[in-house]
Design a protein around this ligand. Sequence first.
Ligand code: NBX
Length: 807
Amino acid sequence: MREKNIEAKHINALIDEEISRYWNIESRSANSIQIYRALSVVIRDMLLKKHNQFKNFVNKNEQKQVYYICMEFLVGKSLRNNLYNLKIENETEIALKKYNIKLEDLYVIEKDPGLGNGGLGRLASCFMDSLATQGYPATGFSIKYEFGLFKQKIIDGWQTELPDDWLTTSDVWLVAKTEERVVVKFDGKIREEWTTSGLVIHHDYPTEIEAVPYDMFISGYDGDGVSLLRLWESKSLNSIDMNLFSQGDYIRALSEDSMAEAISKVLYPADNHYEGKILRLKQQYFLVSASAQTIVKKHYKKYKTLDNLSDKAAIHINDTHPALIIPELMRILMDDYGYSWEKAWYIVVNTVSYTNHTVLSEALETFDIDIVKTKLPRIFMIISEINRRFLQEAGSKYNDFNKAEQMSVFGYDKINMANLCIIGSHTVNGVAKLHSEILRRTVFKKFYEYSPYKFMNVTNGITHRRWLNQSNPRLKNLLDDLIGADYTKHPSKLSELKKYIDDDVVLHKLDEIKYENKKLLAEFIYNTYQISVNTDSIFDIQAKRLHEYKRQLLNALRIISLIIDINEGNTTHIKPETFIFAAKAAPGYYRAKEIIQMIVALSDYINKNPNIKKYINVVFVENYSVSLAEIIMPAGELSEQISLAGKEASGTGNMKFMLNGAVTIGTYDGANVEIINQVGEENFFLFGLRDYEVESLWKTGYSSIHYYQKSLKLRKIIDFLNKGIPSKSFESISKYLLGDSQVGDPYMCFADFDSYLDAHNKASSVYFDDKRKWNQMSLVNIASAGIFSSDRTIKEYADSIWNIKSI
Ligand code: NBX
């Protein structure tokens, strides 16, 4: 079902009208940016209208809806996605002929709204698509960061960060709803007073900040659903100090303003790493307070009570970043609506659910007690009371208050946000089976023993409509021909491709498509970096945030080993291979930046050495983003998913590559485990320690030196690092691996090195000696990817956590 009655001439009329209204010119003299903006506004308004109809229906039927609260939504570009989902790409292409312009030319104008770091933010965006497509009423809440994730530029081999001014084009997708702004209050003092009617709490709040909503609409595919993403912008309420202003102190008069507006200024650029910064705390509270007030106000207006909030609203917190919504809802229910603690608590716990995305200790959020106490005094009071009551209850149940204390929200001087989330939610879930099991067994063990019924798993997913249908049109067309287009809405039908496993024509077509996609990526690389890559080589890609646990270093060590072999003339086992890396490092993460520096240096070195370049090539693609991923994923042949087992919660890049026909080389980690279950070990290059082996090795004492002494290859690699290449030393990485002041090689690259090489040798012999078999493996991967569609993920959340129905 195409968007109703839309024809090219209709689209033309709307674009023309927009151009004339806005710029007061005839459409034939409009430039491409004006056409981009006009078309986007037309589509945006179409979605606004459609969303209103959807919302009216939901309201009329008093349907429960989900609110997904997340500090990050990595939405990617909107124009193509919305045209695709509305099924009007063809009509629009025809309409654009009038202006002598192609859709592709407009797509490149739009800037990626980089309102997220990586997997967590992208997951939230995939969810908005699947929610809308399956007709679930959903609102996402986040912050309208003026600057999204930094743009990465490699200058003299080193990552530098440039601001990302996404709003200069993508503002067209936002609709300001100024009249729905709310006030968020910080600082102040609290005074308690007992009166005949009970305890009364008086506050004064010296800092009041306005939260102004900007709405973005995300179309579902082929249906009536439209998701709303509401982004909050912070604005100063005490706009300008006229006293100071009239005394000529202009800058100081504005400083209040900039403090307030700093809240939505910039996204924190670290993934899987918390920063106990005051500004970050303010951002988090700003988001949850504005969102909670909106949810409650809307509900109360409709039902004139909040007693049934949990029947009509599911509030989901994506990781601990929005944890403060728990005490904030308590505050609103008690202080603004007069609920008793017990009644408020019942409502809050039954409304809120929580997803954990990491077990890395450095990523588990804790805030200084003192900071929370001064910035959010009432919230602090409520957290203390939540904890007091919980420990009381658990202590009595266990008849052991010391045991209960192990689950306290308060550490010595810190607040443990995960503990707060578990206590205040009805459900806690991990993002892949192994991850959920590790949560139960280790980080959340005490809580699991206390309330096992809360713990669940919902394995992540990706929207195959963006990550296959839109970004890999060749593969989409082949699939449409072979199995029909039903998989677009019913991704499990991808499995029908399996019947072609022995069909040489189909296998050959898959091969051709991959080759075409590789050529496109090679062209992009050549145009951007003037590096030519051999499209007959195997494209071996690792694209994800740079993190020690993800082990880009392990990949780089293998490259070094190949360079050593080539330099020694030992080349019989070496097959043409192109290594492609794309990764941003958090700006303050020195080790990660150093690893990027080494990869870039290796790339330069190889490009200057024709004898090495004959065999292998390395490319570091800058500024990894959703749009770049859309070019990279379809070209991948070998997907590197090589995290140290037990560390990657799920991964979603692994699913994107697989869906596009890459075969994974990977460890038994995160969702890799489930990928193996789907495709079978014979269609996956598995290597490395298991998570429990990692744990026990760590306990008995991991020594990289031990592996170094045993392995000639590793010794040669260390020599190479120490010696470096012309004008570049890698001594610091060598020290990191062997242990200087701390444990060497903390992510056990050496322990997994041999098995990694073996897995690569196997991959390479299938690819170069039995391409038919390789193509079959590729086919099995595509055909088995249906379960990793976020449609399945969302259905699981809807059925077993949110209890919401689709329309
Ligand atoms: O969430 C990621 C995990 O590392 C992946 O394994 C998983 O697939 C993905 C989706 O579930 N986590 C992640 O992206 N975290 C962050 O980006 C992050 C950002 C800020 C922060 C902590 C973590 N303070």
